[in-house]
Design a protein around this ligand. Structure first.
Ligand SMILES: [Zn+2]
Length: 855
């Protein structure tokens, strides 16, 4: 029976993709590989290993790893590395394929290769060096053809007997990473396989072609890993970057899928407009054009249609095809029209899964061909790239001084990011004042420009505000220091700043344990990780208060100033004894990496005393978040990830289709990520309003804020929507550029935060950079105390925005609050948790969660 089904499936595929003869194994090879390809028969084909022909099923990730492991077991051309694992414990693997001779000498080859990256070294003989090619696949889990192509590519280079293969393996080291995003891949593959019909259904509306929320594009936490090469918010990217910097590949591929009605895309991307400002021009003018010759030749050969140059963004450094460009390599994006499922109708006939796989396989082989054919050019490009980086950095002079004076958690996270990107950082051993900002030794750090990662230094600190054109596929600003709300200044002095170079083991201050107190403990709220300690204490049933006014008081560390939001834990009002409480306070602060202070008197030397009514008891948040439907899975995932990894707090995720089953009495905080929420219906909206009136807190983000205003949760208003400078008539061909110039893509703005409002507690400066990638303009609240975060006049920090929009934006609200009965509605116009990189604005969200009922 199984055999019969197998044959039927195979035959139907053959008809679709034009096989004229059926011959197991050989037919697969004939379809996918060049006519002259010859293989070592002792190596199993993917079909022989998997039990089905490639293209007839979506291969599970464990089977992909299994096949790679089998190749490594049988062949002396292949070795399998495990470089990490995903949140769902799927292995991240890289199959290293090269000649047996190279394998016997691989560590030496790697060491020799790293001389290209080291300006102190010079290369004498390029001929003996190897081209290192990272063949990366399937960062978007529901663009599945590429991992199947990875199986065939691995087979081709492990089993191939043609001179093209053996010569390539002499000259190159192939690093085959078959799945950048295994969790997302399996989520999608399971869906596509589950709904596959027999016979297959090519109707685009069939369930097979329309996955369920949150779909497989993203990872476990619903993040787009093809935006994460810069933020490194996720374990997959962290493992990948560690591996990347062990090898510094010369060429990196990044395979994708696009709309079913399209054809195929390879680089060059759109000239100038889509290019990254720090990447040298020879990358685009030289290497990209050189490689394009190989790609078009290979695709012409198999008769595939394609396009180039018209689109696709290559500017944002967090793409898998752009990060390599900023590391002396050639990063390459490929896009294949998706069959999304096994077979789907398009405007130009049916698109079969096998056909999409064949195109990516063909590009994989062309990439290796080009990487070998242009080896010397690639090696010289990389060597020159890092030499010129040091030269440019030296000409620029000086560097960047940074450091938050109170928040070691945020300093530590930012330093960790710089370390992971191999950016040299020095911890200064003297105080320095720059641009009116004081940086004190211990919390002052210096990144010199003169270093081989100079172009990554620019990526971290420079603001870009001039652009070639106005179309942005994604973001036009990514200055990492701003996303961390990190105080920083350009240092242009002649003298080199001295201190200790920071290594991977940097961990900030360590604190002696807090002495036992019979009166109270204090924890500062300006620490990024203070909410983690707070959550731990609330879980233990401890009463914790927050300070609505500053004070100074004698502590175990002398008299100390405490700011807004300081946590105060009294000893004798708790339901546990003082020793147990002391233990919990120690555990909470250890967990969060912060310190607590012990006090023996409630009498402050200035400001409020500890028994003041200006201390209010914090309610433990019982949070519920709506997901599913048209809720933004990216925003929902960012919140889920934030609470899991930064606070350690559970959040109940409820599908909007289940909203009628919620027992509202169990929760006090409702989180609404962006969505139209059109399906909720009047009775549900009324139920939520009633729950707010009884004391619930609603937190809305971006589009959900628009929804809350439209649904009359509050009296808030939208600001004036921007008018366009519309000319009377324009040529149709310019329409896309014109519309693009009126949109607000990802860009950064300066706001003013009210640090005396509970939602602003813990900020020590009023200036706060925010991220905006939408056109919702929210008017300030009519209540003078309710606009917590407001755009400054002329607020642009980095990125593209047109003049009209910029003028409208000044003075509008970024975060307002409004009361409803005994509850509150907290409305974010902007997303404070964007891409897991906005450590600066995360605190606003923490405050909404923990202090959202306190005004
Ligand atoms: Zn993609």
């Amino acid at each position: 029976m199984l055999k019969v089904i197998h044959d039927i499936v195979q035959k139907s595929i053959f008809l679709l993709i034009g096989f004229c003869a059926y011959n197991k194994g050989l037919a697969q090879s004939d379809y996918f590989f060049p006519p002259n390809a010859r293989f070592d028969e002792s190596i199993p084909t993917p079909e022989e290993y998997l039990g089905y022909p490639i293209g007839t099923l979506h291969t599970r990730h464990d089977a992909i790893v299994g096949y790679m492991r089998e190749l490594a077991r049988i062949s002396d051309r292949a070795v399998l590395d495990t470089i990490g694992e995903t949140y769902e414990h799927r292995l991240l693997v890289v199959l290293k394929v090269t000649s047996p001779e190279n394998h016997s000498n691989l560590e030496q080859i790697r060491q020799d290769h790293l001389k290209l990256v080291d300006p102190a070294e010079s290369i004498e003989d390029y001929g003996s060096q190897k081209s290192v090619v990272l063949l990366g696949y399937n960062v978007h889990g529901n663009e599945p053809s590429s991992s199947e192509a990875a199986l065939l590519t691995a087979y081709y280079y492990v089993a191939g007997r043609n001179a093209e293969v053996t010569d390539a393996l002499d000259d190159a080291v192939l690093l085959i990473d078959p799945a950048f995003n295994p969790d997302g891949r399996d989520r999608h593959s399971t869906w596509a396989n589950s709904f596959k019909g027999d016979p297959m259904v090519s109707d685009p509306i069939d369930a097979e072609h329309n996955e369920m929320w949150p779909r497989g594009r993203t990872n476990h936490y619903w993040f787009d890993l093809n935006r994460d090469w810069l933020p490194l918010a996720h374990v997959e990217s962290q493992a990948r970057i560690d591996f990347y910097h062990k090898w510094y590949p010369n060429v990196v591929t990044d395979f994708h899928e696009m709309g079913t009605n399209s054809t195929y895309f390879f680089e060059p991307t759109k000239p100038f407009g889509s290019e990254n400002p720090v990447v040298p021009r020879d990358n685009y003018d030289g290497l990209n054009n050189l490689f394009a010759g190989y790609f078009h030749e290979a695709l012409d050969e198999i008769g595939s249609l394609y396009f180039t140059k018209e689109q696709y963004d290559n500017s944002y450094p967090g793409y898998g095809s752009t990060y390599p460009d900023i590391h002396g390599a050639l990063g390459l994006v490929f896009e294949q029209a998706s069959s999304r499922g096994h077979l789907q109708d398009s405007r130009m006939g049916k698109v079969a899964f096998a056909f999409t796989i064949k195109n990516h396989l063909t590009s994989s082989m062309a990439t290796v061909r080009a990487s070998v054919g242009e080896k010397e050019t690639l090696l010289k490009h990389m060597e020159n790239y890092f030499n010129s980086a040091v030269e440019e950095g030296k000409r620029a002079g000086g560097g960047w001084v940074f450091g938050d004076q109170t928040d070691e958690g945020r300093n530590g996270e930012f330093i960790d990011l710089l370390n992971r990107h191999k950016i040299e950082t020095i911890q200064l051993n003297e105080d320095i004042t720059l641009g009116g900002k004081q940086f004190k030794a211990g919390n002052a750090f210096y990144v010199p420009n003169e270093q081989k990662q100079y172009r990554m230094v620019r990526t971290m600190f420079e603001k870009v505000t001039t652009f070639y054109d106005s179309i942005f596929y994604d973001a036009s600003s990514w200055t990492a220091a701003l996303t961390y709300n990190m105080p920083y200044e350009r240092y242009t002095g002649k003298a080199a700043l001295r201190g200790m170079t920071i290594d991977e083991n940097y961990s900030g201050s360590t604190y002696a344990s807090v002495p036992n107190s019979n009166y109270a403990y204090l924890i500062e709220w300006d620490e990024y990780y203070a909410p983690k300690a707070l959550h731990y204490l609330l879980e233990k049933g401890i009463y914790v208060n927050t300070a609505f006014k500053p004070f100074s008081i004698e502590t175990n560390d002398g008299v100390k100033d405490f700011g807004y939001g300081t946590l105060m834990i009294p000893v004798n009002r708790q339901e546990i004894n003082s020793n147990l409480l002391h233990g919990f306070v120690e555990e909470a602060t250890d967990l969060a990496g912060i310190r607590a202070y012990s006090v023996n008197s409630g009498y402050s030397s200035s400001g409020i005393d500890l028994g003041s009514g200006n201390f209010r008891t914090i309610r433990q948040p019982k949070a519920l978040m709506l997901i599913g439907g048209n809720v933004s899975s990216l925003e929902a995932g960012e919140i889920w990830h934030l609470l899991d990894t930064k606070v350690g707090m559970p959040v109940t995720k409820v599908m909007t289709s289940n909203v009628g089953r919620i027992d509202w009495a169990k929760y006090n905080t409702l989180i609404l990520p962006s969505a139209s929420y059109g399906g909720l219906g009047k009775s549900t909206i009324d139920r939520i309003k009633q729950w707010v009136r009884e004391g619930g807190t609603v937190i809305t983000l971006r589009n959900a804020t628009s929804w809350a205003i439209r649904s009359k949760f509050v009296n808030a208003k939208f600001g004036d929507s921007p008018e366009r400078d519309t000319p009377e008539r324009m040529n149709y061909v310019t329409a896309r550029e014109f519309r693009g110039s009126n949109a607000i893509g990802g860009s950064m703005y300066m706001t003013d935060v009210d640090i005396t409002h509970p939602l602003g507690f813990g900020y020590t400066q009023r200036d706060l950079p925010v991220y905006r990638n939408h056109s919702i303009f929210m008017a300030p609240s009519e209540d003078p105390f309710n606009t917590v975060v407001k755009y400054k006049e002329n607020p642009l920090l980095g990125g593209y925005v047109n003049k009209t929009n910029l003028e409208k934006l000044g003075g509008t609200a970024s975060l307002i609050v409004s009361g409803l009965g005994r509850g509150n509605v907290i409305m974010f116009a902007d997303n404070p948790n964007f891409r897991g990189m906005w450590y600066g604005t995360n605190k606003l969200f923490f405050n909404a969660l923990f202090l959202g009922n306190m005004f």
